[in-house]
Design a protein around this ligand. Structure first.
Ligand code: ADP
Ligand code: ZN
Length: 603
């Protein structure tokens, strides 16, 4: 066992340039090497790929990897080749000659890892090929696609158990970042796992800071956020609609950002082009609908911003999870407001779906909203949703700067009375007009200026009224009666509030929610190495090499490797091997160039 352990660490250092295993990696690898089927649940960025890549190198024979997307396969293969590991994929985009050449290399054992799409295994060519190969291991990536319960079901995945007959001696490992208990059971059943080991790592992404604020001035807030935290970075901005995606991308370009749009309404050429730009460029922002998701392998996305509320915590967690896969500090930033509550509720009510489905959807939305409105640790609540318990994290807006609450009972009463006195016929904007004593034509025409509630809410702004209304809505004191008119109705729950038997507290609305957070973070100082100028030089070198070789910058070296170089200032090729992510192959390929730039910096 000790010998195996040593060999595994050697493989990790030589090929990948890492010192030690993470999370459950070592247990997963040992389970596979013991020949046992294995289920590995790890958060995004946890390092799932190494769990099969290291055994592939350790074992004789070929490791098959089933992966759902061609772009992911290409990235993985390129990454492995950069590390000096022979790998390939077979798919429909290749010519027959190319396929024959790969077959030859597989049979002669030059290739250790073969990536296949799930549908490919039914092709005659592949079946013949598998008969000729000694398959050491089958890895099923994104294994939740096997299950109807997962959120990305793929019919082709359900036939993967046929691989069992084609490769009877190979253990199988199923890997995914998202699978609840029911989904995990289903995966095991579908893949015909008999006796198997299951390893579940924490879902926590400690390097992601969660920041959520109320929407006041969308574009200004986004611009301020990027200027404060991400001037030099790459990020994703999610919006609900295609139209908004286009608009925001244009606005960001107007502000001087390198921003591109991505949504399902663009032609497939444009989408591919934008996806490639996103993979290749430094400091790029993609403004996208949720269509931009699977297939993003870029590990150095420094921020994910939501301009609209996702429909559930699952969605929020998955989307924000695209930040910081490399483990470096990253931000998940979101703004929300009354309009989101209305829009999302409307979408649920307007679907043709079954009432049970709607009930679930409402419940999920409620949880998402309570996460937004809450004044306690965001991470604690997020993980709590996935049944994981943690202490306050110290790395979310609420931990860094606990928001103040204020007693809004009187305002709630005033609003509820206004709804009552106007017969539950009106929506937010008009009711606020009455409360603030507006002289607009509609108010006068309806005679609402003669109501006892007219003008009794002048002391707070429209924005604050919106906050009061939103919270009344999310706490189910009021409801939207008709989706066309968006008029509010009173719920039975209001009665104690109106009678003054109950208090109503809300978060204090502040103009700049993150002022306190920014101050706190500023005092933490700059980068750990304090050599930002060298970092920029190394980054330019990486970009030059990327343009020359057509290898994405992050495949050449991750930011973490560049940070390490700034910190340790390696002087020799041997020193370089100590740097995070520098294995033998990358040392040989790029070592001289990077050492030269580091040397020049020091004179
Ligand atoms: P995912 O679980 O999302 O598939 P990846 O396999 O892409 O994650 O790994 C995320 C990043 O972490 C990659 O850059 C990978 O090289 C790196 N990584 C994986 N394992 C380790 C480790 N033991 N030490 C350091 N970095 C690691
Ligand atoms: Zn926290």
């Amino acid at each position: 066992m000790e010998k195996r352990k040593e060999k595994l660490i050697d493989l990790l250092q030589e090929n990948f340039g890492y010192d030690c295993f993470r999370l459950e990696q070592e247990n997963i690898i040992n389970s596979i090497l013991d020949g046992i089927d294995t289920m590995a649940i790890m958060p995004t960025g946890g390092g799932k790929s190494l769990c099969y890549q290291i055994p592939a190198l350790y074992l004789d024979g070929v490791c098959l990897v089933i992966s759902p997307l061609i772009s992911l396969m290409q990235d993985q293969v390129l990454g492995l080749q950069q590390n000096g590991i022979e790998a390939a994929f077979l798919n429909s985009t290749q010519s027959f000659e190319e396929k024959l050449e790969i077959e030859r290399k597989l049979v002669s054992k030059e290739i250790k890892i073969l990536y296949l799409a799930p549908e490919a295994i039914h092709a005659g060519f592949i079946q013949n090929l598998l008969n000729k190969l000694d398959v050491s291991l089958i890895a099923v990536d994104e294994a939740h696609c096997v299950s109807q319960w997962g959120h990305e079901f793929r019919a082709d995945y359900t036939r993967l158990c046929e691989l069992r007959e084609l490769c009877p001696n190979a253990p199988m490992v199923a890997l995914t970042a998202t699978a609840d208990k029911r989904t995990r059971k289903d995966i095991a059943n579908q893949l015909k796992f008999d006796h198997y080991n299951e390893y579940i790592s924490s879902f926590d992404r400690p390097n992601i800071k969660y920041l959520i604020a109320e929407r006041t001035d969308e574009l200004k807030q986004l611009h301020d956020f990027i200027q404060s935290f991400h001037k030099e970075d790459t990020g994703i901005v999610y919006c609900l609609s295609r139209k908004k995606v286009e608009k925001v991308a244009e606005q960001l370009r107007g502000l001087g950002y390198n921003a591109i749009a991505y949504h399902a309404g663009l032609s497939s050429d444009v989408r591919t082009h934008h996806q490639n730009l996103f993979n290749q460029e430094e400091k790029i922002i993609v403004v996208a609908t949720v269509a931009f998701g699977m297939g993003i392998d870029r590990p150095d996305v420094r921020f994910v911003a939501h301009l609209d509320l996702p429909k559930s915590v699952e969605n929020y967690y998955q989307e924000t999870g695209r930040a910081g896969r490399d483990g470096n500090p990253s931000n998940a930033w979101m703004i929300y407001g009354l309009a989101d509550v209305v829009k999302n509720s409307r979408m649920i009510e307007m679907t043709e779906a079954h009432e049970t489905y709607k009930k679930f959807a409402r419940h999920k939305l409620d949880f998402m909203l309570s996460l937004c409105e809450s004044t306690s640790c965001r991470r604690k609540q997020l993980l709590g949703y996935f049944a994981e318990k943690i202490e306050d994290c110290g790395n979310c807006d609420n931990c860094l700067d606990t928001p103040e609450l204020f007693d809004a009972t009187v305002y709630a009463q005033k609003f509820l009375s206004t709804v009552y006195h106007t017969g539950e016929f009106y929506g937010a904007a008009y009711l606020i007009d009455i409360l603030r004593g507006s002289k607009n034509a509609k108010v006068l025409e309806k005679g609402h200026d003669r109501l006892s509630v007219y003008g009794i809410g002048k002391e707070i702004s429209k924005d604050t009224w919106n906050v009061v209304i939103r919270q009344l809505l999310t706490q189910n004191f009021i409801t939207i009666k008709n989706w066309e008119y968006r008029n509010f109705g009173l719920m039975a729950k209001c009665s104690p509030l109106l009678k003054g038997e109950e208090k109503f507290y809300i978060r204090k609305l502040v103009n700049d929610r993150f002022q306190g957070v920014r101050k706190k973070l500023k005092s933490d100082g700059t980068s750990a190495h304090g050599r930002d100028d060298l970092f920029e030089k190394l980054r330019s070198l990486r970009r030059e090499i990327s343009l020359e070789t057509n290898v994405p910058p992050y495949v050449i070296f991750g930011d973490k490797s560049l940070h390490d170089m700034c910190l340790f200032l390696p002087k020799s090729m041997d020193d370089l091997l100590m740097v995070y992510g520098v294995g033998k192959s990358k040392q040989e390929k790029y070592g001289e160039d990077f050492l030269r730039v580091i040397k020049e910096y020091q004179v």
